[in-house]
Design a protein around this ligand. Structure first.
Ligand code: AMP
Length: 497
């Protein structure tokens, strides 16, 4: 075991995570036996369990506690929806192709990779990107060939529906539009009143030019979103009083620029400084921050909200904050997109569908505004795994939060004889209906502990000869490796703690 560990010690944390993921069943490339397909990943049993638990916690926080209405919608929507939403015209990246090998690259990524400390490329036109490529003499990273001028590339997957393929549709690049389209139905059927919150957990599809870095840039990915439809004249927020004393780490537009650094600040103070425009946005900034700190248990020094400058914002956004998580591997990465989209979406769909999407409240017709925190689930999972990774000279373990670990506990007989295996099975059966229990009886106990640590099992319950005498078992803690003896019948209580 030590040998294996010594060999692995050379590899990076990300490679370690990837190796654990593949060996133990967190994730692997889709269609792997055919060589996989870039940007598409599958969750194995442990990854699916982790994802389900994360989604369960998200639901608690952003659906249940928020009193939101969760809907489930189709992945395919007709082209007209994307014309109305602006995606058909504006959901683009800029690509450049190699004149020799015809490989294609995302122009901004290519420049970022080739030129250290390059200026900000967000919002640059094709002409500007082409000029930088030429000036910096950037060549094809695959074959060293000359590169074409940068050109616009729409990221949506088009799909033709029906036996003659006559109905042009797209796979949705974000779940938001379905919430906007369904807003009148939810409002009507749920006896709605503004503010009305719609939640969705679903998939998005983007034909990324250069998918990379595992879950950072995928072509099919999972999102959890909350859309808050509200009266633009009422941005005072009920929950504000509960969060106004929280401190968060933010990098507001006023502090962007060279050597930008986030500050730790009390929400109320940030509001007084005018760094956060209203109570509604302040409330969700605090909620998202606390979710990462309290549920994912990522140290707050690795978390921040960064306000986007006008040239960086999406076409629909009035105010736009990226919630970012830091890792040495990826730097600061956007994990949750937080946008005040004004009435942009409802207005555009009203124009294109020729249907009124207004509501009538307090004697007035109102076209609501919408604010959304939009979480990338897969990026959350990758960052959670990276931040949970621990190693010392003896072992590797994932310090996953107990509420999210794929298994709550492992049950091991010390040896597979003397009736210990029978007793262990009995205890496994006693626990398995209420908890996620991992059962393993083969190999040395040391190897079994090592395996349990690597997949983040918080507690290992071992049945030994003393169990048969006095009904106690040992319980080993993943993080400290300390063991204590506990009566077997108290295990449920212990696990509930
Ligand atoms: P966006 O609407 O582009 O701001 O995306 C919302 C969230 O989805 C981001 O904050 C990411 O967490 C996630 N996301 C966006 N694009 C991708 C992608 N290509 N692969 C994986 N996650 C993504």
């Amino acid at each position: 075991m030590l040998m294996i560990f010594m060999q692995e010690k050379e590899v990076s944390r990300l490679e370690q995570i990837e190796s654990i993921a593949k060996r133990r069943g967190f994730f692997w490339p889709a269609a792997e036996i055919y060589g996989g397909i870039a940007g598409f990943w599958n969750y194995g049993p442990l990854g699916a369990a982790l994802k389900n638990k994360l989604v369960r916690e998200w639901r608690k926080e952003f659906v249940k506690k928020e009193g939101a209405h969760e809907i489930e919608t189709t992945d395919i929507l007709p082209e007209i929806v994307w014309v109305a939403s602006g995606h058909a015209e504006g959901f683009n990246d800029k690509q450049t192709a190699c004149k020799k090998c015809r490989n294609r690259f995302r122009a901004d990524h290519l420049i970022e990779d080739a030129v250290k400390g390059v200026e900000k490329l967000e919002g640059k036109t094709c002409e500007e990107l082409t000029e930088i490529i030429k000036k910096s003499n950037i060549k094809c990273p695959k074959c060293g060939g000359q590169l074409d001028d940068a050109a616009v590339f729409n990221l949506m997957f088009e799909i033709n529906i029906g036996p003659k393929g006559g109905i042009k549709c797209c796979l949705k690049p974000e779940t938001t539009q379905s919430s906007v389209l369904d807003f009148p139905n939810v409002y009507r059927t749920q006896r709605g009143k503004l503010p009305l919150k719609i939640a969705q957990i679903g998939r998005s599809f983007r034909n990324e030019i250069s998918p990379r870095q595992i879950f950072i840039r995928m072509r099919e990915f999972n999102m959890a979103e909350l859309q808050i439809f509200f009266n633009p004249e009422e941005t005072g927020w009920d929950g504000y009083k509960d969060i106004k004393n929280c401190t968060v780490r933010i990098l507001p537009a006023q502090m962007r620029g060279k050597d930008e650094k986030e500050v730790e600040i009390n929400i109320e103070v940030a509001m007084k400084k005018g760094w956060i425009p209203n109570e509604l946005i302040a409330y969700y900034i605090a909620k998202v921050f606390m979710f990462f700190e309290n549920v994912l248990k990522i140290d707050r020094k690795f978390l921040r909200f960064k306000e986007l400058l006008p040239e960086e914002r999406a076409h629909y956004a009035k105010v736009h904050w990226d919630f970012e998580v830091y890792t040495d591997e990826f730097g600061w990465k956007e994990i949750v997109n937080n946008a005040w989209r004004g009435d942009y979406d409802l207005k555009r769909h009203q124009q294109h569908s020729k249907q009124s999407l207004e509501v009538f409240e307090n004697g007035k017709h109102i076209l609501p505004n919408m604010y959304e925190p939009s979480f990338g689930i897969d990026r959350m999972i990758l960052h959670l795994l990276l931040h949970s990774y621990r190693s010392d000279e003896k072992r590797v373990w994932l310090a996953l939060p107990k509420a999210l670990a794929p298994f709550s506990a492992a049950v091991f007989p010390l040896v597979k004889k003397d009736g210990l295996d029978k007793k262990a099975e009995e205890i496994y059966k006693f626990l398995k209906n209420d908890f996620d229990i991992f059962y393993d009886e083969s190999g040395s106990i040391g190897r079994r502990y090592a395996r349990a640590d690597e997949i983040g099992i918080p507690l290992c319950v071992t049945i030994d000869h003393q169990t048969l005498e006095d009904g106690t078992v040992t319980v080993r803690d993943r993080d400290t490796t300390k063991q204590e003896r506990v009566k077997a019948e108290e295990l449920r209580k212990k696990l509930n703690e």
